[in-house]
Design a protein around this ligand. Structure first.
Ligand SMILES: Cc1ncc(COP(=O)(O)O)c(C=O)c1O
Length: 406
């Protein structure tokens, strides 16, 4: 265990926010350079297209569509599922962001919930398989807080039954399963460039897919459902021929949205993407250091870190211990360490008002692993500039906290 005085000044304020310097001067310089053009186009244009291509190349998929947030990526993805497969059930985790479940509800699907595997924070594979029915239209999994939620059994089962897999990689991009990037296994994958994530475009999100017709649909859905947004001439031509009474510039194929990004966001994204891999390497080292130095009697340290890529350090109590929980929060506050309780999505979504009214007051209790994280789990910022000494110091503080179980 590291000595308590690894940082000079003993009981110091660690000034440790959830995120730091996620938009650097070099990103802003790129924006200033872009704005210096005599007549810069600020609405969705060439930089958006270039960012999408660069993102696809980085990820290893064919097509990507940049949108104004990760939540918009979720919404367009589920909207497209409804168009292609029709309504039914979608299996989702209760430990995710609100938009993963809201998009399912907003599009008219029935969400079906399963508990998590505590070591990955992703859905438990056996429970997912057990919940598949003839009405299942998709499995919409979340790679939570950087941990890979996939395994071979799940992939094989979904493939065998022809059930589309949708990956939410908003919290985990750069993570891998068997050396292959998360977000390349599913039919569609979603990403978020919100400030607190691995990279930031101020606000922004990405939808990636290897399916050409879905790609065309996402392009249209992003922009009012307009057919002219498609890249495929044949597709556009077929609409023009079918609807000769319509102005070809204004054919609306779907009742859709406007979730277009701006060129400024794309310029920042292109600048950020260049350092993503290096940043992620440092983040992975930070998480390893944190988990290796936490007391395994007090805290969960057996997360499946292989291929993980976190923007946050996960602090989950080993046992349901209200005293240790209260002491941990007090210690974090006293040492200036910002944290969130219940993981990135705030914990068990089934406890939230928007779901309670639909699924009932008691439904949340059927998912004890999610509930444990809800009440006894936290996340703490993990960014490239984070001082490793601070990590060791914080571990030494946390490891001495008294609780009922230790
Ligand atoms: C798993 C997950 N999905 C979707 C989102 C939504 O992304 P955004 O905040 O960019 O709308 C988030 C946001 O934090 C998230 O954590």
């Amino acid at each position: 265990m590291p000595a308590k005085n690894v940082l000079k000044g003993e009981e110091c304020n660690l000034s440790w926010p959830l995120m730091q310097n996620n938009i650097l001067r070099e990103d802003l310089t790129a924006v200033i350079q872009f704005l210096s053009d005599a007549t810069p186009i600020l609405t969705q244009s060439k930089n958006v297209r270039s960012f999408e291509e660069e993102w696809s190349a980085w990820l290893g998929v064919k097509y990507s569509v940049f949108v104004n947030s990760g939540a918009s990526a979720n919404l367009l993805t589920i909207t497209a599922l409804r168009e292609v497969y029709g309504l039914g059930e979608i299996i989702v985790p209760p430990l995710t962001w609100v938009s993963d479940i809201a998009s399912v509800l907003q599009c008219g699907f029935t969400p079906v919930f399963v508990d998590i595997n505590p070591r990955t924070l992703g859905m438990d594979t056996e429970q997912v398989i057990a919940k598949i029915t003839p009405r299942t239209k998709a499995v919409f999994l979340t790679h939570a807080l950087g941990y890979n939620a996939l395994d071979q059994r799940l992939l094989g089962e979904l493939q065998g039954r022809n059930i589309p897999l949708i990956e939410d990689v908003c919290e985990s991009y750069g993570g891998t399963f068997r050396g292959q990037k998360l977000g390349t296994f599913g039919l569609v994958s979603n990403f978020s460039f919100y400030y607190a994530h691995h990279m930031s475009t101020i606000e922004g999100g990405m939808i990636s897919t290897r399916d050409r017709s879905l790609y065309e649909m996402f392009r249209m859905l992003r922009s009012h459902g307009m057919v002219r947004e498609a890249t495929c001439e044949e597709l556009k031509c077929s609409y023009r021929q079918k609807y000769p009474d319509l102005n070809p510039e204004f054919i609306f194929a779907f009742p859709a949205y406007n979730v277009r990004p701006t060129e400024i966001s794309a310029v920042i994204g292109r600048s950020q993407l260049r350092r993503l891999d290096q940043n992620n390497k440092v983040r992975a080292e930070n998480l390893r250091l944190f988990l290796e130095n936490l007391d395994a009697a007090r805290y969960q340290t057996d997360f499946e870190t292989e291929g993980s890529c976190n923007y946050a350090l996960t602090l989950v109590l080993k046992n349901p211990d209200p005293l240790l929980c209260a002491n941990a929060m007090k210690a974090l506050r006293e040492h200036g360490v910002e944290f969130r309780r219940g993981t990135a999505g705030g914990g068990n979504q089934l406890r939230q008002p928007y779901l309670r009214s639909i699924i009932g007051e008691q439904a949340s209790k059927k998912y004890p692993n999610v509930d444990h994280v809800h009440f006894y789990g936290f996340y703490i910022g993990n960014y490239p500039g984070l001082d490793k000494e601070k990590i060791l110091y914080l571990c030494s503080i946390l490891n001495e906290l008294p609780g009922e179980s230790v």
